[in-house]
Design a protein around this ligand. Structure first.
Ligand SMILES: Nc1ncnc2c1ncn2[C@@H]1O[C@H](COP(=O)(O)OP(=O)(O)OP(=O)(O)O)[C@@H](O)[C@H]1O
Length: 259
C-alpha cells in the first residue's frame, strides 16, 4: 500500500488479517485495511470481493473468525453494531435507516433522544423537542449542511438526496470518529448524488474520516483520497486518484494487473 500519502500518522481505524467464512465460503481471506484521520477511503471491488463483509466486520454487524481491529491504536472486538457505534463508528447502510414520518430533528436524534429533566427519581421523562431542534440546527450547521434548513420538516417530504443527507448527518453528528457509507448514491439522480458527494467532502474537511463503499468509479475518483481495492477476499492494493487511473483500478480489481 502507499504510505506516502499518509506520512507517519497512525491509522484511526486499522484491520489486520481479517478472516470471515460462511460455512465453506470464504468471505474475507486475511484482509488488511487502514483508515487515516481526515481522509475519505473508498473501498471498491468486483461483486463478491468481500466489500460488504469487510464493512460488516468493521462495524460490528459480523464477527470475524480471525484477525484484529484497532480503533485509535486500541484493540476492539465488536459483538454487535451497537458496540461499534458506542465507540464512534457510525454506518449508513444502502437501505436507508430514516423514519419518514418523523421530522429531521427527530431523525438525527433517533435512539439518542434528549429528554427533559424530570422530577427527582423519575425514569420516564418527556422528549425535549425544543432542545433537540436547536441542537439539530447546530449540528447541521457544524457539518456544513445547508440543504436542510427547516429541521421540523417530516423526512417523507424530502427528496432522496436530502433524505440521504439526513442519514449521513445522523451518522456524522455528535462527535463520531468514523463514518461508513455503503453505496450512498446508488439510488440517487445526478444532482442529488452531487449533493451527497459534496457532503462527504465537507465531512472530510471537518476532520471526520469516511469509508465509502461504491461501485461508481467516477465518484470514487472524484471524492476519495485513497482507494482500497478488494479482490477475492483480500486487499489487492491501495491506490490514489493521482497515482492511478480508473482503467488501472479496474485492471487491479479484475486481476488483470497489479498495483
Ligand atoms: N451471509 C452470507 N452467507 C454466505 N455467504 C456469504 C454471506 N455474505 C457474504 N457471503 C459470501 O462472501 C463473499 C463476499 O461477499 P460480499 O457480499 O462481502 O461481497 P461484495 O464485495 O460486497 O459484493 P457486492 O458488490 O456484490 O455487494 C461472497 O462469495 C458471498 O457470496
Amino acid at each position: 500500500m502507499s504510505t506516502d500519502e499518509s506520512g507517519s500518522r497512525e491509522p484511526i481505524l486499522q484491520a489486520t488479517g481479517l478472516v470471515k467464512t460462511y460455512g465453506r465460503v470464504v468471505g474475507l481471506d486475511g484482509v488488511d485495511l487502514d483508515l487515516y484521520p481526515g481522509e475519505v477511503l473508498a473501498v471498491i471491488g468486483d461483486n463478491g470481493a468481500g466489500k460488504s463483509t469487510l464493512i460488516k466486520c468493521l462495524t460490528g454487524a459480523e464477527i470475524p473468525n480471525e484477525g484484529e481491529i484497532r480503533l485509535e491504536g486500541r484493540r476492539v472486538q465488536f459483538k454487535r453494531p451497537q458496540d461499534a457505534r458506542a465507540l464512534g463508528i457510525e454506518t449508513v447502510y444502502q437501505t436507508l435507516a430514516v423514519s419518514p414520518a418523523l421530522d429531521i430533528a427527530a431523525n438525527l436524534f433517533l435512539g439518542r433522544e434528549l429528554r427533559k429533566p424530570g422530577p427527582l427519581g423519575t425514569v420516564l421523562r418527556a422528549v425535549d423537542v425544543k432542545r433537540m431542534r436547536q441542537r439539530a440546527k447546530e449540528e447541521l450547521a457544524e457539518l456544513g449542511i445547508t440543504t436542510l434548513q427547516d429541521v421540523t420538516v417530516p423526512v417523507e417530504n424530502l427528496s432522496g438526496g436530502q433524505r440521504q443527507a439526513v442519514a449521513v448527518a445522523r451518522a456524522a453528528a455528535f462527535g463520531s470518529k468514523v463514518v461508513v457509507l455503503d453505496e450512498p448514491t446508488a439510488a440517487l439522480g445526478v444532482r442529488e448524488s452531487r449533493q451527497v458527494l459534496e457532503l462527504i467532502a465537507s465531512l472530510r474537511d471537518r476532520g471526520v474520516p469516511v469509508i465509502l463503499i461504491s461501485h461508481n468509479m467516477p465518484q470514487v475518483f472524484e471524492v476519495a483520497d485513497r482507494i482500497h481495492i478488494q479482490r477475492l477476499g483480500k486487499r489487492a492494493a491501495t491506490i490514489t486518484p493521482r497515482s492511478h487511473s480508473m482503467t488501472d483500478a479496474v485492471a487491479i480489481m479484475t486481476g488483470a494487473a497489479r498495483a
